[in-house]
Design a protein around this ligand. Sequence first.
Ligand code: ATP
Ligand code: MG
Length: 773
Amino acid sequence: MEKYINELNEAQKAPVLHKDGPLMVIAGAGSGKTRVLTYRIAYLMNQGVDSFNILALTFTNKAAREMKTRIADIVGNAEAKNLMMGTFHSVFAKLLRFDGDKLGYPANFTIYDTQDSQRLISAIIKEMGLDKDIYKYKQVQNRISSYKNSLITVKAYYNNSELMEADAMAKRPRMGEIYQNYVDRCFKAGAMDFDDLLLRTNELLTRFPEVLAKYQDRFRYILVDEYQDTNHSQYLIVKALSDRFHNICVVGDDAQSIYSFRGANISNILNFQKDYDNVGMYRLEQNYRSTRNIVNAANSIIAKNTNQLEKVVWTSNDDGGLIKVHRSPTDAEEGRFVAGSIFELRMQNQLPNGNFAVLYRTNSQSRAIEDALRKRDIPYRIYGGLSFYQRKEIKDVLSYLRLVINPKDEEALKRVINFPTRGIGQSTMDKLTVAANHYNRSIFEVMENLDRINLKINAGTKRKLGDFVAMIKSFQVMNESADAFTLAEHVAKKSGVLLEFKKDGTPEGIGKMENIEELLNGIKDFVEGQKELADAKGDIGEFLEDVALATDLDKDTGDDDRVALMTIHLAKGLEFPYVYIVGMEEDLFPSAMSMNTRSELEEERRLFYVALTRAEKQAYLTYTQNRYRWGKLVDAEPSRFIEEIDEKYIENLTPVQSYRYTPLIDVDIFGDVDKSRLRQNKPVSGTPPKTIKPNENQLRKLRKLKPELSTPVGNSSAGDVNLIEGAIVNHTRFGRGQIIKIEGVGNDKKAEIKFDKGDIKKLLLRFAKLEVL
Ligand code: ATP
Ligand code: MG
């Protein structure tokens, strides 16, 4: 047996050595799923499977690169070169470059990023004369994205009365038209958005059996990591491609399914055994990543979810330290604590910065942490948020390059046609857009044919448009012979973008020039890197594709040593010796948006499970008592997730004050309360609790539990807990309102409230912070 196989335990060897046919590995965090996938690929190649016949789909391109490097160590570089590995989006973008012409797309199609899609949708909403406060472009974009991921085309949309009704109910009866316009405009611009990469692949595989057969024959072995987070569109692609040979290997953990808001569908895991015959089912139980305390704490949390596959995770690693919980008065203090702690640990143990990660629920939380790290001179890198490639100056240069590759690219054109200023104003652009729609052509094509069509554009402007066209064409000519770096440098100069920022002369302008320089360096590196591992030429088109599909982790070159800051969603699959999970507060984590149903809350809990299981040696949970949210300082209370961890795995660094009870929790809390139960998502057993007015005795108890109640805020008093229909209440976020209806019992008790601001909301009383006025 090959030596590397012994780097696996017995349970891991089984799926690696599994013969042909479908197999699934379901196992908890850190148990070696990704390792199994990697080693299986190497093993298949050792068994004589041609690398050309293997397709591996990963969550990030960085993960794919790491796997490829490991495989290359085992089987050799030349062999590993042909492996098709990457995210769904990047793999199928490649496939569409070959065969997208059958669907009418050019091989050089542009990939619109989210920003491009949103700008186009905004433009369409404006052109249609719709109210942008009702047709909010981000919401519209989300809707369109979810249609596409459920394979609902425009035609299917119009055949789906339920969907149309839902949009009409949401006061957006013209969604279908926007969708249609959006699809048309993308098509005309020779552009696909992210969702198209999956949707069009599905379309290609269903409409063209010969194409399907070709790829079925090529990808005889298909392997998918993080299978729990595949959406319907991805599921169908995998299903179609593996339909001939059935050599499909998926690994995942239902307890780490955290993308259902983006359409990920856990039933893909649950149904795997129904989808294929003779599925080899494997489980891994030993965690190699984390200390015993971390593993046990994580187990105690995830056990609170009712909806999950049964799993055991244990470790033979040391106990390690307890999970440290820290409370601070404000988020600035929280930042100081994290920075101070990293500083100390780093000094004491001579650790690199890369050993530390700070994870948060939402991007906006990074600011306070960044401030504190900067003050301590600790280098850090933020993943996510506004990515490097989305900075204005970078996107400007990239847009010129995009036009070189695909001049029909409307979003790129609109971005740079008048940057730097060339005296081509909005009214000219409007005329061009109307003409383009009229002739069913791209704006660039209209610009190329200005003398043949009758447009009310004056001669001066026509000349400027002609100059622009000529400039892009000259870049195209250069692209035929020059390498990507030389071209990009030339474009940055000749387009005037560099000069524009140089003229500016302010520190910001200089910073932007430096960023462009960084971009050019990146292109140089890319060209050289491409030649090494992949079988690509490294031309500018490939670079643009890489950029468009780069997940935020992909920019990590790993060559400098920094603390990592990122959202928990992005941290999936990664590991760090020291992990700080900050903002462990109710309404933040779990997020206030996820309190409406049990399944949403369970997803938040899985997110917490993912966060905690990233830690190898030590995990810190921090929360604040006050936090700025939506521009206001609000009281914060510790997250229920802290309480859900079995307390024997926890060490409080600060005396923890009991969390605030809102006066509207069911009557149980006035009796003998099992505090922890109230914070769990479990129904309280026994007779359904009633909402009653507490007597003096109970009030005394309540005051003891919740000091704030002894000094009532505003008009409220602890006696006013009797929630009845008609009562006037105040909600911390939604303001004043009147209860229209109360329904449900116990933990499910809800109030329907008409708020003075106009909306009617149904709130779960357990969580709603209501004050009776
Ligand atoms: P996640 O659920 O977070 O994606 P995973 O199940 O994919 O985790 P891996 O990332 O493959 O787990 O492995 C976790 C860590 O344990 C890695 O550092 C890996 O190298 C190590 N590891 C896995 N199996 C073994 C083993 N048999 N011997 C030593 N180390 C191992
Ligand atoms: Mg993994």
